[in-house]
Write a protein that binds this ligand. Structure first.
Ligand SMILES: Cc1cc2nc3c(=O)[nH]c(=O)nc-3n(C[C@H](O)[C@H](O)[C@H](O)COP(=O)(O)OP(=O)(O)OC[C@H]3O[C@@H](n4cnc5c(N)ncnc54)[C@H](O)[C@@H]3O)c2cc1C
Length: 385
């Protein structure tokens, strides 16, 4: 179905992003998967090309463009022609906005130029060994020591955990309040900040995911992000965009899997004819086409709502829920249509299948998305007693 949200300037931008992904990212995919992480240089190259934080102020090297469609295009082209493990989306749309929106002028002046040029790679650390969905159970603590904060604790499953130079870390600062959490800017090289294992994963092989440890890390007062004790409010402010960006990526990978499977079923023959000519194949491909178009339209509409500051948390949760669940079904069906080839690493669909399994888990699990949507209907066990 024709998409209606893009203007000619977006299409031009898409062409240039596609060229970048084909030239600078795609040729490296196999090597990066082997290494378990992407090269740092790809962030610098993306920065040179103007693909990092288009929303950033011009004085920091950005383009000052407040239009999520540009970010959407970068994510879509990276998923289709680049590498899912190149977390340009995490850098641009999940972490940089914390600094852009919550940072004070001094913090922005200190960090944004490196973030926009690609010298400073970003990560965000919320999840801990004992808590993920239930962030109120967080144990990492920061204690106010007068002229600095003292940070202690451990985080796990952190994307860009090895490559990251600047990490937004959530820590409990008020032990008496479950939501008494603050955000800190932890920099590479701070004494007591250590990285643990680069974790072995089912998929996303070129994305480095790691454990982080904080042992008596002295965090300068100037590195508190936003107000002390208001971390939950800050997180909530960012989550709608985070979930929408995730949904954009899931739609792009599902669309890509569909397209490459459509080519495959036209070529592959069984019983003397292309497998695409069997009614079962035709119907299932048609069903996927219809579902993809419908979900894409919803996600595109959410992008326009976000641009108007009108995207609700439940709309964003619905986008994340439906796109990730659809992506999972599409990947499974596309592997099926590839037969044995679909199970072979050398076929892209096989890698896409394992890469996609995380989509229903991170950025909030499907169950948490359902909770958020359910509560917005007034179906809240605390209120319905
Ligand atoms: C590859 C990868 C990258 C990641 N990157 C990052 C990152 O960069 N930064 C970061 O902070 N974290 C990151 N995470 C962590 C991720 O966000 C969490 O794994 C996720 O939020 C789920 O938390 P959990 O693993 O603790 O699962 P749990 O919270 O233990 O959930 C286990 C199961 O219980 C269900 N459940 C939990 N609560 C409820 C409830 N109230 N009702 C119904 N069901 C419920 C869940 O839906 C799930 O099915 C990453 C994880 C992975 C695997």
């Amino acid at each position: 179905m024709q998409r209606t949200i893009f203007e000619p300037e977006h299409e031009q931008f898409r062409d240039s992003v596609r060229k970048f992904m084909l030239a600078e990212v795609a040729p490296n995919v196999d090597r990066w998967r082997e290494a378990g992480m992407v090269d740092r240089e790809v962030y610098l190259k993306a920065g040179e090309q103007g693909l990092l934080c288009v929303f950033a102020d011009e004085k920091y090297g950005g383009a000052g463009i407040d239009d999520l469609r540009f970010d959407q295009i970068i994510v879509e082209e990276n998923m289709r022609h680049g590498d899912i493990g190149f977390y340009i989306n995490l850098h641009n749309d999940l972490v940089a906005p914390y600094i852009h929106k919550l940072g004070n002028e001094e913090q922005k002046a200190r960090f944004m130029p490196g973030i926009v040029s690609g010298e400073t790679i970003l990560a965000v650390a919320m999840t801990e060994p004992s808590t993920g969905s239930d962030l109120a159970g967080m144990k990492t603590r920061a204690v106010d020591k007068g002229d600095h904060w003292l940070l202690n604790g451990a985080k796990t499953y952190i994307s860009n955990g090895i490559l990251g130079d600047l990490i937004v870390v959530a820590a409990r600062t008020d032990p008496d309040r479950p939501h008494g959490i603050s955000l800190f800017l932890v920099e590479r090289g701070m004494e007591g900040f250590e990285r643990g294992r680069k974790l072995d994963k089912m998929g996303l092989k070129s994305q480095d995911t790691a454990e982080l440890f904080f042992n008596d890390v002295k965090i300068p007062k100037a590195n508190l992000l936003g107000e002390a004790g208001q971390g939950f409010k800050s997180l909530a402010r960012m989550l709608a965009q985070e979930r929408l960006i995730a949904a954009i990526g899931f739609m792009a990978t599902a669309q890509t899997a569909f397209d490459l499977t459509l080519d495959y079923v036209k070529e592959r023959r069984a019983f003397g004819k292309p497998i695409g000519s069997f009614q079962n194949t035709r119907f299932k491909m048609a069903q996927m086409r219809a579902e993809l178009d419908m979900a894409q339209t919803y996600v595109d509409q959410c992008v326009m709502l976000l641009n108007d500051n009108a995207l609700s948390p439940e709309d964003a949760s619905a986008a994340k829920l439906l796109s990730s669940e659809l992506e999972g079904r599409v990947m499974d069906q596309c592997v099926q249509f590839h037969g044995g080839a679909g199970y072979m690493e050398e076929y892209r669909i096989s890698r896409m299948y394992t890469d996609a399994r995380i989509s229903r888990i991170f950025a909030g699990t499907s169950e948490i998305m359902l909770e958020i949507i359910g509560r917005s209907l007034g179906l809240d066990e605390r209120k319905l007693q």
